[in-house]
Design a binder for this molecule. Structure first.
Ligand code: SF4
Length: 193
């Protein structure tokens, strides 16, 4: 079983990788970086359990999956069958992990090496940069070491934030918020009070 926070379909290359993808947020992270914006995903076991088949079924008409967290590699033993099957089906895997390669065990290394794009490294608040593709801080690295995206060119120098409203009418944002956007959101929130 894979303990997940949620999944959704995304098409935003700058944030999540090329094409139409299933974005899967795993629940639980042992790394706990200062300034992490996903702290609600730190606690283990707080999400819902999903089987490999359930997630595979959601990937039928997708280019691939994007594994986000939480920390996906903290559940590498549960995720590896999913990754193997997706690769058998010719789909791509984009892996966001706070680990670096030398920290990994055997299964985690397999997950890493099977992924088409890996974004690696802890989030470091003092190295925050909102104009990087995929990464939140300049120490993080992107590996496009094999497969379909081996010649993929990272497009730094721009930033993306996605704003949406939930069923209660509350505004939610993801991606990278510039100071101007922060200010605009504060004004909107004041107007709504
Ligand atoms: S590894 Fe990712 S989810 Fe975990 S604390 Fe760091 S930034 Fe947050």
């Amino acid at each position: 079983m894979i303990n997940i926070h949620r999944y959704e379909v995304v098409e935003n290359e700058h944030l999540y990788g090329p094409g139409k993808r299933l974005l899967l947020f795993t629940q639980g992270c042992s790394l706990r970086c200062n300034g992490c914006t996903n702290q609600h995903l730190w606690e283990f076991g707080k999400g819902v359990d999903a089987t490999t088949d359930e997630i595979l079924n959601q990937c039928n008409d997708m280019d691939g999956i994007t594994l986000h967290g939480g920390e996906p590699l903290d559940q590498a033993n549960a995720l590896i069958e999913l990754i193997r099957e997706l690769k058998r089906q010719g789909k791509t895997v984009v892996l966001f992990t706070g680990y670096i390669f030398k920290e990994l065990n055997k299964v985690q290394k397999e997950a890493w090496l099977s992924s088409d794009i890996v974004i690696s490294g802890r989030y470091e608040e003092r190295k925050r940069n909102i104009y990087l593709q995929f990464r939140g801080s300049t120490n993080q690295k992107v590996f496009t070491h094999k497969g379909k995206y081996k010649d993929y060119k990272i497009k730094d120098g721009q930033t993306v934030a996605i704003l949406s409203f939930n069923e209660q009418g509350e505004m939610q944002s993801r991606g990278f918020r510039t100071d101007e956007l922060e200010q605009l959101l504060n004004e909107i929130s004041k107007d709504n009070k």
